[in-house]
Design a protein around this ligand. Structure first.
Ligand SMILES: Nc1ncnc2c1ncn2[C@@H]1O[C@H](COP(=O)(O)OP(=O)(O)O)[C@@H](O)[C@H]1O
Ligand SMILES: O=P(O)(O)OC[C@H]1O[C@](O)(COP(=O)(O)O)[C@@H](O)[C@@H]1O
Ligand SMILES: [Mg+2]
Length: 481
């Protein structure tokens, strides 16, 4: 998979503890590059906007909550168009690739990169790489034009195709060089951004004037720093349909139980937000919050109580929840997919079976229906608000590449579009913090047990803090807290 990234972070310090974690720029490693006026200044749509170009010193704070004595803290470069660009339109040969699992909005991002390059910067040459990273060296490319991508945002999936595995840094950079590509837009999740970081490092090592830009994609919302990933809202909305169906089924049968499995390999954001949005869910199980089946305060105990009180219940379970329990009862190998991600056991089926067995032992009649909509919620086209979000992400990415920045991910930080250095995106994983207010809101809305038997909140907090000082720490999600 190529060598590990090794470039040093670009840190700029200011007064009162201000820190800018800047992103790499061509000027860092290529001297005396010519610059050109940004063509947007003559564009009738934008030339009327007051201060359309972003001030070179503008930055976005990572932490929005502060108090009078706190230092100003870490900032990221604000995204947007710059007065000077480092490419002439006719010199640009851009390429777009999508990697990893599907996510609503992939096609919108592709469309909007093509349109921003054409309509804002007059760039005519845009290639689509087929089938993920391996497409750079194993497949033919396709030409993307505003006309060919005109309607694609109305479709789910990615018109370019995607894949797991197949990242070979040398082969990919050779292909970039051979094809004369000088802007690479890489749309994908944590694995993809790690791969993009390696590509950037190799490009820099070879001294190439090629901008490598990441656009974060993940249905699981597990990418750190950014407020949320595109497609997440759509997925949560789509999950409502499955939860509603589970609720209708549960209400209609004697002791009806609806079990819905949602995506979330290591992070339970979809399950948590879908539960909070629905109000019909009695219990939400996520990877971050271990649970027990037996004994007082366990899931069986709670299920019996809920059925006695209400006559029905709905359980939402993230696919990565309770994996340690499943492995205990099913002899499982530690299998991985082509990208090295852990392959999971079907926890939805497993928990449904366990509940049925328990209730049979108790001589309790139940009607359990298991709904697995996992792929349905990520294969849909993005909703209106995700479409706007995807458009701004794509435009920010294009502005950054044209301005000569490289080795960054375009992302939303505290509601502002920003350029985030790759190492920040790849260093950890965004997880639900079960000691934050959002999880407390969920617990209070479902009134489910916290399952943290024997552990106090203070102990859990201490453990989380200790983990957060490790090399691959879990990053507490702060959006909307
Ligand atoms: N550590 C890594 N270094 C280089 N490439 C990686 C790394 N992890 C994953 N990749 C590549 O990134 C692509 C997508 O990764 P994957 O984990 O499947 O999805 P996602 O990017 O959505 O997390 C795959 O082609 C995979 O080979
Ligand atoms: O079956 P596939 O395509 O491997 O996808 C399943 C996985 O994809 C995910 O949606 C995450 O995908 P990414 O890592 O690509 O964002 C998980 O929730 C799920 O475990
Ligand atoms: Mg991933």
């Amino acid at each position: 998979m190529g060598s590990s990234p090794n470039s040093k972070p670009k840190i700029v310090r200011g007064t009162a503890g201000y820190v800018l974690e800047d992103v790499p720029h061509f000027c860092d490693y290529i001297p005396d590059l010519p610059t050109y006026s940004n063509p947007l200044q003559d564009n009738p749509a934008y030339s009327v906007v007051k201060q359309y170009f972003v001030h070179p010193d503008d930055s976005v704070p990572q932490k929005i909550i502060s108090n009078k004595d706190s230092p100003r803290g870490i900032h990221f470069r604000r995204a947007g168009p710059r007065e000077k660009v480092y490419f002439e339109p006719e010199d640009v040969q851009a390429a777009i690739v999508t990697c990893g699992g599907l996510c609503p909005g992939l096609n919108t991002v592709i469309r909007e990169i093509v349109c921003a390059l054409h309509n804002m910067y007059g760039v005519k040459k845009v290639l689509g790489i087929n089938g993920g990273y391996k497409g750079f060296y194993a497949h033919n490319t396709i030409t993307l034009t505003p006309k060919s991508v005109n309607d694609i945002h109305k479709r789910g999936g990615t018109v370019l195709g995607s894949s797991r595995g197949g990242h070979d840094t040398t082969k990919i950079v050779d292909s970039i060089q051979d094809r004369g590509i000088n802007q690479v837009y890489i749309i994908g999740g944590d694995g993809t951004q790690r791969g993009a970081y390696k590509i950037f490092e190799e490009i820099r090592r070879r001294g190439l004037r090629v901008s490598v830009v990441g656009i974060p994609k993940t249905i699981d919302n597990d990418i750190p720093v950014i407020d949320k990933s595109f497609g997440f809202d759509t997925a949560v909305e789509e999950a409502q349909r499955a939860i509603n169906a589970a609720h209708v089924e549960a209400e209609s049968g004697e002791n009806g139980i609806g079990v819905v499995k949602l995506m979330g390999r290591y992070s339970g954001f979809i399950a948590m937000y879908a539960t909070l949005a629905s109000r019909d869910v009695d219990c939400c199980l996520i990877p971050e919050s271990p649970f027990v089946l037996e004994g007082p305060g366990g899931l069986f105990d709670f299920t019996e109580k809920r059925l006695k009180e209400n006559g029905h219940m709905v359980i939402v379970i993230a696919e990565g929840a309770g994996q340690e329990l499943v492995s205990e009862s099913i002899q499982s190998m530690h299998k991985q997919d082509a990208s090295g991600n852990k392959l999971l056991q079907d926890v939805g089926l497993w928990i449904s079976q366990k509940i049925k067995e328990h209730c049979a032992k108790q001589k309790m009649i139940i009607n359990l229906k298991y709904i697995d909509p996992t792929y349905m919620i990520r294969a849909v086209p993005s909703n209106a608000s995700d479409n706007v979000y995807c458009t701004l992400l794509a435009q920010s990415a294009v502005h950054g590449a044209m301005a000569g920045y490289s080795g960054f991910t375009s992302g939303l930080v505290n509601g502002r579009h920003s350029y985030i250095p790759f190492y920040r995106i790849t260093e950890g994983q965004n997880k639900v913090s079960i000691t934050d207010r959002m999880w407390a809101r969920l617990l209070s809305s479902t009134n489910q047990p916290s399952f943290s038997i024997g552990k106090t909140i203070a102990e859990e907090k201490r453990e989380e803090e200790a983990n957060s000082h490790g090399p691959t720490h879990a990053v507490a999600h702060s959006a909307g807290q």
